[in-house]
Ligand binder design. Structure first.
Ligand SMILES: CC(C)(COP(=O)(O)OP(=O)(O)OC[C@H]1O[C@@H](n2cnc3c(N)ncnc32)[C@H](O)[C@@H]1OP(=O)(O)O)[C@@H](O)C(=O)NCCC(=O)NCCS
Length: 200
């Protein structure tokens, strides 16, 4: 699969032109800087530990080491900005269920609630479907209302496993998402991007 051909030029719902594409090895400094710019709260919610301002080399290696069948990371860039990195999302396969991958997402604090997480979820959905996956699963700490509400509003079926909130999406339900606005946004991104990401 040619990942560089996946470069998408899109507009956010407020009209901002953005580029959405797979993370490349040369993006390493971009990821380091985006992570440094995150608030400690968002960093904690994404990585579930107080890691300080620097992302460890092992985590960086894991993110950058792309394998379209096992793991992908995509980034959203605003090319008009001095620092273009605004958000990113990944999925990883490797749990006990080989038909399922775990997603994670991160959007810079000042850019949250602009629809970026939902757009990245649509990209994760379609790249996972393209890799033959059947489900995505997202985890949220119990106190991370923002992520939990977002996953729920995007149509994730949620439950509490005694330690964390677990949300699942069945990927073949492309056109069967519930009512909330985020799910409507997700459904419209899926419709726009499916012909560009999925094989004909
Ligand atoms: C979780 C996260 C990725 C969501 O990204 P985002 O770009 O803010 O999400 P969107 O703007 O696409 O969607 C937000 C939607 O979720 C829903 N939502 C409900 N309550 C919400 C809340 N308190 N905050 C944010 N969204 C909320 C709404 O439907 C909202 O859409 P609206 O703003 O149009 O009402 C982002 O907040 C983030 O990076 N958080 C820190 C890291 C993290 O917690 N990652 C998740 C665990 S891996």
């Amino acid at each position: 699969m040619k990942t560089t051909a996946d470069r998408l030029e899109l507009e956010l719902r407020d009209g901002t032109p953005v580029i959405v594409r797979p993370l490349l090895p040369e993006d390493r400094p971009l990821v380091v800087e985006a992570y440094r710019r995150l608030s400690p709260e968002s960093r904690y919610q994404r990585f579930w530990s107080n890691t300080g301002e620097l992302l460890g080399d092992r985590m960086l290696d894991r993110m950058i080491d792309q394998d379209a069948a096992r793991h992908v990371t995509w980034v959203l860039l605003d090319p008009a900005r001095e620092f273009p990195g605004v958000g990113g999302a990944s999925w990883w396969r490797g749990g006990p269920d080989d038909h399922e991958a775990e997603i994670s997402a991160m959007v810079l604090d000042a850019d949250q609630r602009r629809g970026i997480g939902t757009l990245m979820l649509a990209v994760m959905w379609l790249t996972a479907l393209r890799a033959g996956l059947e489900r995505l699963v997202g985890y949220s700490l119990n106190d991370n209302r923002q992520a939990a509400d977002w996953m729920r509003d995007c149509g994730g079926a949620g439950h509490w496993d005694g330690y964390k909130l677990v949300f699942r999406w069945e990927l073949d339900h492309l056109d069967n998402l519930p009512e909330p606005a985020a799910a409507a946004d997700l459904a419209s991104w899926l419709a726009v991007l499916a012909p560009r990401i999925l094989p004909a």
